[in-house]
Structures are given as structure tokens and as C-alpha cells.
Ligand binder design. Structure first.
Ligand code: ADP
Length: 346
């Protein structure tokens, strides 16, 4: 079931002497239960794009359909009601420091339901995010991670079906980030919550998203399931984002210092092998040695598990005759192992 459809959404800003094409004719389809990652550098247009979902940002042109409603056709009153079905969390939490945690969470419900009902709901929400014992505390007494838990509880107060997370973990340290992402994943599973997650870190996408779109200069330049994107990234920018999850630059730098690289000779090649799925390094390397008469000396290996599937990155020196190495590349390509040549020197 499709819950969000953006069709040809375009957003332009006119500033003094600058025209900004923040979102460039974007199509996006999000299905119920997705955790859809939108990754891109700062200024790529991610925030503007997701703000078009609940019309915090009105598109210059294009159509926005959310939970079956044509958002641009709604009356102001109907739009307010529809927005309650779309929660939002932010990088800087946007809590009210003069209110207790319980009152922050209750805020969206104020005046809309009987007091006792609100109180029960707040207790339930604080339990859901693991803050049941901090109801009477104030935001300034909480850690960043706890503040974001309050932000999440508040966003869920009106029982939304969709949650938009706009860089919600960018102000948090890695461990807290991981815990908050785990919480989002739990909420996705427990409540069937659909999540659109904006981030500049592929690491976050990797941890919980099932789908990902890469944005650059207002446009979505590549999209697919998480596994598709990691297995066969097409765009340089996508590859760069994936490489940050294995700190490839640092690995290549240290590999270049190794004697095996200093002494590369003849047809020897320094390559990165990337694969997703069945291949594992030992059988792969053993096969090369046995069937192709090529030795593969592994200088760096990183195997991660993405949605239960191994995602392998090896940097190896392939040694053998030119002909044997060519055969090897053919075999690797036929087995969905991507080969990328690495220069011996930076
Ligand atoms: P991201 O979320 O990927 O960092 P944004 O959507 O915030 O990117 O911004 C995309 C571009 O649109 C940037 O150049 C930004 O300066 C510009 N922009 C965003 N909001 C506005 C606005 N309200 N007025 C003018 N320019 C804006």
C-alpha cells in the first residue's frame, strides 16, 4: 500500500539576488512500513523535500498525495487534521524548556481530549520510549538522547501513521545515535509506523532503512532497496556515501604503505572487490587460486551484515599472468563481484 506519492515535485526559492532550485522535479513513492532513507550532503534539498510531504513547504509545482489525500486540495482545516497523521522529529529536538517532559509530550493533545485520557496516553508514550521515570523532569535535565526520546514520544502523541525524521540523530554521539535508530526500528515494527529518514550518514541508513534515495542538487540521483544500492551503486556520490560506512579512504591509505603494494610487479593489480550475498572471502580467494592460477593477497577486509546478507569489501593484490588475471575479472563479473582498480600511489 502506497502511503506517500510525490509526483514531479519542484521547489524554487527566490531570494534577493539568488534563485535556489531546492527540489528538482522529484518523484517519490513510499509504501506502508517502509523505513525510507534520504541521504545527501547538506544543501542537497532533503529537508525541503520532506517538508513538502506535510506541506510545511508548498511545492512550486507537482502533486503530493499522503494517505490517500491530495494534500494541495485540502482546506486549511482538513490539512491540519491530515498533518496529525504525519509526525516529525528534528535535529535539535524542539522541546519547550519551561515545560516538564510529560507536558511536552502532552502538548499536541492539549484541549483535544479529556485530561485523564491525555495523562494515560503520555504515560504510555513515555513507556514506549523508555522514559517513564522522567515525566516530571525538565528538558535541561536530560541528555541529548533522552531529549530525542521525548521528541519521538511527542511526535507519536496523535497516533501518526508516518514519522518524518529530519536529521534526528545528527546532534548525537554514535552510540546514542545507534540507540535512537534502534528505537525507530522498534516503533516501525511494533506500530507499523512508516518512517522517512533524512540523514547525511549512510551508516544510519544501513542500520535501519529498507529503501534509500540519494539526493544531490535537489534531485534524486539514485534509489532502490538497501541491498540493491549497496550491491550495485551506479553513481559516484552513492559510492562515496557507502564508502564512509567502511572508512575506505583510510583503509586504502594504510594499504598503500604495505610492502605487498610497494613491490607490485608485472601484471599484479591492486583492486577492491565488493560483493553482496553468497560470496565470502575464503571461498572466493581459494577459487581464484585453484581455478585461475591467480593469488589474491588480502590486505584489507571488511564484512558487514546488511539485513542478514553479508556485504564484503576486500582490498587485494591479484598476482598472476595478464591472461589469468583477465580471466579472473571475467569470473568475478559473472559472479556479481564488483572490481575497482586502486592506484598504487595516491
Ligand atoms: P538539506 O536538507 O539537504 O541540507 P535543504 O532542503 O535544507 O537541504 O536546502 C536546499 C537548498 O534550499 C539550500 O540551498 C538552501 O539554502 C535552500 N533553502 C532551503 N529553505 C529555504 C528557504 N526557506 N528560503 C530560501 N532558500 C532555502
Amino acid at each position: 500500500e502506497v502511503v506517500i506519492t510525490l509526483k514531479d515535485v519542484d521547489v524554487r526559492f527566490h531570494e534577493k539576488n539568488r534563485d535556489v532550485h531546492a527540489v528538482d522535479h522529484v518523484d517519490l513513492t513510499v509504501e506502508r512500513g517502509d523505513i525510507y532513507g534520504i541521504v545527501g550532503y547538506s544543501g542537497a534539498g532533503k529537508s525541503t523535500l520532506v517538508r513538502a510531504i506535510n506541506l510545511l513547504q508548498r511545492p512550486t509545482s507537482g502533486s503530493v498525495t499522503v494517505l490517500g489525500e491530495d494534500m494541495l486540495a485540502l482546506s486549511p482545516k482538513a490539512l491540519r487534521a491530515e498533518r496529525k497523521r504525519i509526525g516529525m522529529i528534528f535535529q535539535h529536538f524542539n522541546l519547550m524548556n519551561s515545560l516538564t517532559i510529560a507536558d511536552n509530550v502532552a502538548f499536541p493533545l492539549k484541549g483535544l481530549r479529556p485530561k485523564a485520557e491525555i495523562q494515560a496516553k503520555v504515560t504510555e508514550l513515555l513507556e514506549l520510549v523508555g522514559l517513564e521515570d522522567r515525566a516530571t523532569a525538565f528538558p535541561t535535565e536530560l541528555s541529548g538522547g533522552q531529549k530525542q526520546r521525548v521528541g519521538i514520544a511527542r511526535a507519536l502523541a496523535s497516533d501518526p501513521e508516518i514519522l518524518i525524521s529530519d536529521e534526528a540523530t545528527s546532534a548525537l554521539d554514535p552510540k546514542t545515535t545507534s540507540a535512537i535508530l534502534d528505537l525507530l526500528k522498534q516503533l516501525n515494527e511494533k506500530l507499523g509506523l512508516t518512517i522517512v529518514l533524512i540523514t547525511h550518514e549512510m551508516e544510519a541508513v544501513k542500520q535501519i532503512c529498507n529503501k534509500v534515495a540519494v539526493m544531490d542538487e535537489g534531485a534524486i540521483i539514485e534509489r532502490g532497496s538497501l541491498l540493491e544500492i549497496f550491491a550495485k551503486p551506479q553513481q559516484k556520490l552513492t559510492k562515496d556515501f557507502i564508502d564512509t560506512t567502511i572508512q575506505l579512504d583510510a583503509a586504502i591509505e594504510s594499504v598503500r604503505q604495505q610492502p605487498a603494494v610497494a613491490h607490485l610487479a608485472g601484471a599484479d593489480q591492486l583492486v577492491r572487490l565488493t560483493y553482496l550475498g553468497a560470496s565470502t572471502d575464503q571461498p572466493l580467494v581459494a577459487t581464484l587460486y585453484k581455478d585461475f592460477n591467480v593469488t589474491a593477497n588480502i590486505l584489507f577486509g571488511d564484512i558487514q551484515i546488511l539485513q542478514g546478507t553479508p556485504f564484503g569489501n576486500l582490498i587485494v593484490v591479484l598476482s598472476g599472468t595478464q591472461a589469468d588475471i583477465e580471466q579472473t575479472f571475467k569470473y568475478l563479473a559473472a559472479n556479481d563481484v564488483q572490481v575497482q582498480h586502486i592506484d598504487k600511489e595516491a
